[in-house]
Design a protein around this ligand. Structure first.
Ligand code: CA
Length: 228
């Protein structure tokens, strides 16, 4: 399971430890030393998870968490709060911050990785390695293979990620911009037309078994994976 994780932490020592450990586990790491930098970074990138320090210079981690939760584009990004003391932890629990979990410093890397994995499994099923199956279409993230009614189908890496995202979020319409955010992790530097190109490729890859009909165009909105 490899995710893009934004670390919002002002202490260089902890930044380094987090970068190292997350990198070791195959995650891509973005770092912001304060909330303002984090917000700037989030305009161009949509991480799969945010590790957010409670005590930051300027805007606090709690305030940032509240802002993220109020933003339609960012509200679903899972947040794990990093707190220095148990009393901060208790406050995180007591406040309606929208954090998915918390971890108290000093933490063991192993504990942190376990928490991250649990939160991703719960909140971002496309990040996990669980196979998904819909209407005879089966996608296996571990072997990186797709089968339509048992027949192997050939998909490019982007089509694979696109299909994985759509299969883990069925019956919902996604705009091109949202798909760029979720599948490409970037909605600023990639053109929206790119989405159409890969949807077309995905459909033709699924055509041999007729599963292309699952990928629906919703006029004026975007795309949806649906069985009806
Ligand atoms: Ca701090």
């Amino acid at each position: 399971m490899s995710a893009t994780i934004l670390v919002v932490e002002d202490e260089p020592g902890i930044q380094e430890v987090l970068k190292f450990n997350l990198g070791q586990h195959g995650h891509d790491v973005l770092v912001a030393p304060d909330a303002e930098e984090a917000l700037k970074l989030l305009r161009g990138a949509l991480p799969d998870l945010i590790l957010l320090d409670w005590m930051l210079p300027g805007m606090s981690g709690i305030e940032l968490a509240r802002r993220l939760r109020a933003d339609p584009r960012l509200k679903n990004v899972p947040i794990i709060m990093l707190t220095a003391r148990t009393e901060e932890r208790d406050k995180v629990l007591g406040l309606d911050t929208g954090a998915d979990d918390y971890i108290t410093k000093p933490f063991s890397p192993r504990e942190l990785m376990a928490r991250i994995k649990a939160v991703l499994r719960r909140r971002a099923p496309q990040m996990t390695e669980d196979p998904v199956e819909i209407a005879g279409l089966r996608l296996d993230p571990v072997s990186h293979r797709v089968f339509g009614n048992g027949t192997p189908l050939e998909l490019g890496p982007t089509e694979f990620r696109l299909l994985h995202f759509l299969m883990t979020h069925p019956e919902r319409v996604y705009t091109r911009s949202q798909l760029l955010d979720h599948v490409w992790g970037d909605h600023v530097f990639v053109e929206e037309r790119t989405v159409d190109v890969h949807i077309r490729r995905l459909r033709s890859a699924l055509e041999p078994t007729g599963h292309n009909r699952l990928i629906q165009t919703v006029r004026g909105s975007g795309y949806r994976l649906s069985t009806t």
